[in-house]
Design a protein around this ligand. Structure first.
Ligand SMILES: C[S@@+](CC[C@H](N)C(=O)[O-])C[C@H]1O[C@@H](n2cnc3c(N)ncnc32)[C@H](O)[C@@H]1O
Length: 316
């Protein structure tokens, strides 16, 4: 029996109305979590509207059973498979796609999931506990160079090489199996953050390993491409991210699709009609209010980006 862990949805009032442009449409919530955004989206739909949610976490899928609404359904799959999964339901166009990227509070707060350096638990970190390699398995087999690369690129950690060396040396006699073992090991080689002494030295390492284990950045890039294929003309793609690596992917993706002409040298003698047409327009960046950040510290790093799909028929 799953213990109950709550999740306070970020920008729950602002984001869903940005996605729902047609109450009769079919929408995707790619990250169900505990369904805060899904419930809000459903409240904006007519009896004809439909919401198809995704989550890769079996506990999220379990909690979705609480939603008793014939307009709602949920799929246990990574959101990068959105197109294929929807096509199995004969859906090849939707009115909008919403994503609230990253981990949920129930995942972080449950020590047995291994996401948190604050509590002791098995070093797992998989969002989908039904498949894939755990963090402990990866740390036991990856090379020192690979561990250093992941911690450096996905954690933006200056001491990545030192941490990787400590992990590889320690695992010879002492396999890393628990979150506290890893947190203590990192604390031995990473000095306290001078700018923010309250930050746990293992913060960046845990973030990096989690992103790697769940292929989070690739998932996001693939889901954005899938959303482009799926969303109808005038429909929206809305994404909430929680750190700069993710936000950069969304920002660049939206910019490139909104300004495909920037790929061409402006000195080339090309008429406007010869340039590729924008596929996205009306790009917006929305931050949570100060009140929300005070009430929900998770909101502090959130950025919501919204774009409207345009389908002109001209090649992009
Ligand atoms: C921030 S929470 C979403 C919270 C949700 N919006 C709510 O209101 O309760 C992110 C959720 O997305 C799921 N998730 C993250 N990456 C995923 C992926 N690639 N495919 C499917 N689900 C994913 C996680 O398992 C987690 O439940």
């Amino acid at each position: 029996m799953e213990k109950r862990f709550a999740h306070l949805s970020v920008m729950a009032e602002v984001a869903p109305p940005m996605v729902v442009t047609n109450p009769d449409g079919t929408y995707v919530d790619a990250t169900f979590g505990r369904g805060g955004h899904s419930r809000r989206i459903l409240s904006l739909l007519s009896p004809e509207g439909r919401l198809i949610a995704f989550d890769r976490d079996p506990q999220a899928i379990e909690s979705a059973k609480e939603i008793d609404d014939k307009r709602f359904s949920i799929i246990h799959a990574p959101f990068s498979h959105m197109r294929e999964e929807l096509s199995l339901k004969n859906v090849d166009r939707v009115a909008g796609v919403f994503m609230d990227i990253g981990v949920s509070s129930p995942q972080i707060d449950d020590a047995s999931r291994g996401f948190s350096f604050r509590m002791d638990g098995p070093l797992d970190m998989r969002m989908d506990t039904s498949c894939g390699q755990t963090a402990a398995e990866w740390l036991a087999s990856a090379s020192e160079t690979e561990i250093a690369r992941v911690i450096h690129t996905l954690g933006e950690e200056r001491f990545a090489k030192k941490i990787a060396r400590a992990i590889v040396q320690s695992r010879v006699t002492d396999p890393l199996v628990s979150t506290q073992q890893l947190a203590k090991l990192v604390a031995q080689v990473v000095p306290a953050n001078k700018k923010d002494p309250t930050q746990n030295p293992a913060t960046r390492t845990f973030q990096a390993i989690r992103i790697h284990i769940n292929s989070e950045l690739d998932e996001l890039s693939q889901a954005l491409e899938a959303a482009m294929d799926l969303v109808e003309d005038g429909g929206r793609i809305a994404v909430i991210t929680f750190h700069s690596l993710e936000d950069r992917i969304v920002k660049r993706f939206f910019d490139e699709k909104a300004h495909p002409e920037r790929r061409f040298d402006s000195r080339l003698p090309l008429r406007a009609s010869e340039l590729p047409a924008p596929e996205l327009t009306d790009i917006r960046r929305i931050l949570p209010t100060e009140e929300e950040c005070a009430a929900n510290p998770r909101a502090r790093s959130a950025i919501l980006r919204v774009a409207t799909r345009v389908r002109t028929g001209r090649p992009a």
